[in-house]
Design a protein around this ligand. Structure first.
Ligand SMILES: [Fe+2]
Length: 250
């Protein structure tokens, strides 16, 4: 600290102490302002980072929607199937494993489950009659094709697991890998229940959609064979009104 005027001119101890105190206070004030500037810079950086992350998330969602629209544009009568099935799936996921439901990739996977159908020829995809063995093989290739489409996309690496395994079954009789029980990723086990719920309750050209109660009964009858019994138990906890809301498009 520089020698003060008071010291040079033989000032009293009290004056000297006061001057020293003033200097210390000024220094402390300067440090405090410096800290405030750092804090403010950090806040600005954090805000900018958050805005960038939000922008990125918006573009992720837009990309996923574009892919989903490309699939659904080819399959007119299923309507907003991907949106509904994603809503059923998320409702169920929140009850099965809340942390899983918070991962945005889960919704992406639910929405994109049938992205591989892009590669299925129209005459197979839209065929009303029974599919021959080769047509069936083509149709059943869509989970692997979809997986190949999305697996290299960084923000879809977890979603790719749902795309690949959404036709696996609890008893191992599904495809493409014939996984069984808990080897089937949990999100895919949840998805397959949501997919069945939507399929049973949606109108088709050859039959009207079934009521929620009948869909529940049909799905419950397949607990332990097609579906994970623990997931079915959670489905029973979702009130009919909520499922009706999703069915109606909310
Ligand atoms: Fe599928």
């Amino acid at each position: 600290m520089a020698r003060s005027i008071a010291q040079r001119e033989g000032a009293t101890d009290e004056q000297m102490l006061r001057e020293q105190l003033d200097v210390q206070l000024r220094e402390a004030g300067e440090k405090e302002r410096q800290l405030e500037r750092y804090a403010s810079d950090l806040r600005d950086t954090f805000k900018a980072e958050r805005a960038r992350a939000e922008e990125l998330q918006v573009s992720y969602v837009a990309t996923v929607r574009a892919l989903v629209n490309a699939v659904e544009a080819r399959d007119a009568y299923t309507g907003a199937h991907a949106e509904r099935v994603a809503a059923y799936g998320l409702e169920l996921a929140r009850r099965v494993e809340p942390d899983l439901a918070r991962d945005p990739q889960i919704e992406f996977g639910f929405l994109l489950h049938d992205v591989g159908k892009i590669a299925i020829p129209d005459e197979v995809l839209h065929k009303a009659d029974y599919l021959g063995p080769e047509e069936q093989r083509l149709m059943r290739s869509h989970p692997e094709v979809g997986y190949e489409i999305v697996r290299g996309v960084g923000f879809l690496s977890d979603a790719a697991q749902i795309v690949r395994h959404h036709h696996e079954r609890w008893d191992g009789e599904g495809y493409p890998d014939g996984l069984s029980g808990e080897d089937v990723p949990l999100a895919a086990r949840i998805f397959s229940v949501a997919d069945a719920l939507d399929a049973i309750t949606t109108d088709r050209p050859y039959r009207p959609g079934a009521p929620i109660a009948r869909a529940r009964a049909e799905i419950r009858a397949l607990a332990g064979t097609q579906f994970d019994p623990a997931v079915i138990a959670r489905l029973d906890e979702i009130p009919d009104e909520r499922l009706e809301q999703i069915r109606g498009g909310c």
